[in-house]
Ligand binder design. Sequence first.
Ligand code: NAG
Ligand code: NAG
Ligand code: NAG
Ligand code: NAG
Ligand code: NAG
Ligand code: NAG
Ligand code: NAG
Length: 407
Amino acid sequence: MVSVFTLTKQALTSLAFALLAQGFVIPGGPENEKRNGAGFVSLDFNVVRDAPHLNTTHVNTSDHNLASHAAKFVPLTLDNLGPTYVANITIGSNKQPQTVQIDTGSSDLWVFDIDLECENGLSCFGDGSRFNPKTSTTFESLGTKFSIEYADHSTSEGTWAKDTVGFGGISITKQQFADVNLTSSTNAIMGISVVGSESHQLGYDNVPITLKKQGIIKTNAYSLFLNEPEAATGQIIFGGVDHAKYSGSLIEEEIQTTVPQRLAINLNELNFNGTKYNISTPALLDSGTTLTYLEKNVADSLAAKVGAVWFPLPTGGAYVLGCGAGASGDALFTFEKGAAIRVPMSEFYYGQGLCTFGVQPIPEELGISALLGDNFLRHAYVLYNLDANTISLAPVNFTDKSDIEAI
Ligand SMILES: *[C@@H]1O[C@H](CO)[C@@H](O)[C@H](O)[C@H]1NC(C)=O
Ligand SMILES: *[C@@H]1O[C@H](CO)[C@@H](O)[C@H](O)[C@H]1NC(C)=O
Ligand SMILES: *[C@@H]1O[C@H](CO)[C@@H](O)[C@H](O)[C@H]1NC(C)=O
Ligand SMILES: *[C@@H]1O[C@H](CO)[C@@H](O)[C@H](O)[C@H]1NC(C)=O
Ligand SMILES: *[C@@H]1O[C@H](CO)[C@@H](O)[C@H](O)[C@H]1NC(C)=O
Ligand SMILES: *[C@@H]1O[C@H](CO)[C@@H](O)[C@H](O)[C@H]1NC(C)=O
Ligand SMILES: *[C@@H]1O[C@H](CO)[C@@H](O)[C@H](O)[C@H]1NC(C)=O
């Protein structure tokens, strides 16, 4: 079992005990797929939120002493699942539609097989898309076992295979991926990180590398635009950058080799609503993780500042707080080479009634000190350049306009 950093939605699901939460997809815009043939390919994704399964009847949000009441109140009432970023791709000669979560924290593409079983009776249906290898004439099983475990302990097992993968009007052939028939994950995943974090011992060409090798893009690079918290769609552009979607200039930070085979850059400082924290550590920018995770002493201090209390659970626990209070202000993340991203305070409150705090202590077993998830990433336009070993960031501009350049 290969472990990767991404704390998928499962981390929060288990926190809420809301294991049967149903997903729904907010319809996308009219242009789902576009490609202008100029050396890049853009892939729109849907922002999927869980259907409301709120039951706030027994949460007293005006009660500041949450800790003492938490054990009684919390389990059935937390609704703290952040949005998930999923895209439509196709697999097979017959272009079978698959919905996959775009994950910069892992490197493997895997989809649900038609005979999928959910581990432990969990709900793992996602949007219901399934792959049937028997109906694709280009399917080739590699016969070897795939297994992966994400940082939230969600797991998937299946068989390595190769087939045609399509999206955004292009297709790549003989792409290695895993056909999963046993999972505890709610989403299939398309990991787009580096070869070193693949769950195959020998490594292989993952989707961004194949896009380059098969001439679709010139550079193994992609730009991520998660869009506003309430938006229905966002976009990732492989091999290109959309200059309309940020303000100021993109500042290039170096991918840190001290965190081998991960997409981490040096985070210098966090100014949390006026209080400065000297972070000085590589931070992973992970689209597959909903919240932000920092070293325990920093997370503890931030939690104290906003009045969050620790709610212990068998799976580890989390800082929780009342949702309404104090959502004004912001947090400014400053990186080594000067990139600076401002995140509104509202991004640190997840849920309704009783909220999960947007910064949690990073699990020690991950061996890293900082992981910036979707609540950070929504406020940056992020160009990951895996060939140049850089990640460039600028404050995002939430706009429909686009000015895409191939890189
Ligand atoms: C993905 O496919 C579904 C079902 O066809 C569609 O409703 C949705 O708009 C598509 N999303 C994107 C981002 O293309
Ligand atoms: C919410 O919880 C209360 C108390 O446990 C229960 O009586 C009520 O039926 C629940 N409501 C829903 C919609 O589940
Ligand atoms: C909620 O908590 C506040 C403060 O502890 C208390 O004054 C109030 O009576 C509680 N309300 C309910 C409905 O329990
Ligand atoms: C999953 O696939 C493997 C390898 O083909 C097979 O041994 C196993 O029985 C399958 N499991 C399920 C639940 O279908
Ligand atoms: C954001 O984009 C819009 C539309 O292109 C533009 O008018 C506006 O000036 C941009 N804002 C910033 C802060 O760059
Ligand atoms: C922050 O911490 C680092 C490492 O401990 C140290 O080198 C640096 O001088 C500190 N910066 C500030 C502004 O205190
Ligand atoms: C952030 O600072 C502003 C101004 O000092 C204050 O009004 C607001 O309550 C603070 N927000 C939080 C979450 O502490």
